[in-house]
Design a protein around this ligand. Structure first.
Ligand code: ZN
Length: 389
């Protein structure tokens, strides 16, 4: 059993510091008096803790705010530029990296085509991305505090990629390797989880309690946010809804099943039917649809119909507030949306769909990389708050 905190002054101070820091993170700009009101801590305690946070570069004082009579109070802000974090989205055929400040604001971007998928080559390219972003990081009190990476596969609690079917990787100890190489804390998660986190924190899911993020790229993955928290399952493997069976005697899938959702509703599925019509890439499909090519628009609609069928299942299971469609296929929103909505209206249970909204990722193709960076930021804050830093 844990020791009770009673009487442990150092621990109480840590807890109170974390309460004050949270108040600044959530409600800035605000004054010391407002922190005291919000938290119930007395003014002297708040003043002393705020001074610690100022000394440690986490809080800044700005000019006086509105007075409610008497002297105008000094307002406090969180200092987002106290440090930086790196987020990376490792795709099947690309690497996207961001350097962000501690508020998640984007400072630098990096993008590269991944020409080969073998782990040796891909990890070398990942390291190059990290080195570039580290080199570009502005001077700051804490420097780069960590790295978060979203990957298209199943990841265990130690950051080992157990299986990434579209990269054909098994058992790659990516977190351990990169921590040794960089000396920085590294967090690795599935790209759909990272995307769900990105949209929840910075995008279309802000302030929404129950959000299912559907990442539609070469395959389909989902990230489940319940009560504003990422639901990871017993071993961190939740959300493999791309392998929901939607055709009983359907096509064989790389997972061993047949008739999986992603075989009918992913970018890969769309391209395999668009390729005989001369569209070899998603960009080709976009262009043809924008030019009014009826056959291509018909193919997009039928992909939207399959997407809607899977989403109807998700809606019936989770009764979410929103389903957010993200990753590359969100670029076709204009044509997909009516088909998806129509299929969901036809298939999902009436009570479940009544107040449920289908949205498209607000961060576009940056949902996963922004979410990955947030992993690095939140583990840094967790350390600060527990006094390990
Ligand atoms: Zn499958």
């Amino acid at each position: 059993m844990k020791k009770k905190p009673t009487g442990d002054l150092a621990l109480i101070k840590k807890i109170n510091t974390s309460i004050v820091l949270d108040a600044v993170l959530k409600h800035a700009p605000l004054s010391r008096a407002q922190i005291s009101e919000l938290t119930g801590l007395n003014k002297a305690t708040v003043s002393s803790l705020v001074q610690d946070l100022i000394d440690n570069h986490f809080v800044l004082e700005i000019g006086p705010g509105q007075s409610s009579g008497g002297r105008k109070p000094v307002m406090l802000l969180f200092n987002g530029k106290a440090g930086y974090a790196i987020g990376i989205d490792l795709g099947v055929n690309y690497i996207r990296g961001l350097l962000v400040d501690l508020e998640g604001g984007v400072a630098r971007e990096y993008q590269q085509v991944l020409k080969r998928q073998d782990a040796g080559f891909a990890i070398e390219q990942l390291e190059q991305c990290i080195e570039t972003l580290l080199r570009d990081a502005p001077e700051s009190p804490y420097g780069v505090v960590g790295i978060g990476i979203g990957v298209p596969g199943i990841v265990d609690g130690s950051g080992t990629i157990l299986f990434a079917p579209n990269l054909k990787w098994r058992n790659i100890e990516l977190q351990k390797h990169l921590e040794e190489r960089t000396g920085l804390p590294v967090t690795i998660d599935n790209e759909a989880n990272a995307g769900a986190q990105g949209e929840q924190k910075y995008g279309a899911g802000r302030g929404i309690a129950n959000q299912i993020y559907v990442s539609v790229g070469i395959g389909i993955g989902t990230g489940i946010i319940l009560n504003k928290e990422l639901y990871k399952g017993a071993s961190g493997f939740s959300g493999e809804l791309g392998h929901l069976s939607i055709e009983y005697n359907g096509k064989p899938c790389s997972c061993g099943n047949q008739g999986c959702w992603e075989l009918y509703a992913s970018e890969h599925a769309l391209l395999s039917s668009a390729s005989p019509l001369g569209c070899e890439s998603l960009e080709d499909v976009l262009q043809a649809a924008a030019e009014g090519d009826e056959k291509i628009i018909g193919l997009i609609r039928s992909t939207g119909d399959f997407l809607g069928a899977g989403i109807a299942n998700i809606v019936n299971v989770f009764n979410p507030n929103v389903v957010i469609l993200g990753n590359r296929m969100s670029r076709l929103a204009q044509w997909l949306e009516p088909a998806i909505q129509e299929a969901v209206d036809r298939r999902a249970l009436q009570y479940h769909r009544e107040r449920m909204r289908i949205l498209f990722a607000e961060l576009g193709e940056q949902s996963a990389v922004r979410g990955a960076a947030y992993y690095a930021i939140s583990s840094f804050f967790a350390k600060i708050k527990s006094g390990q830093h």
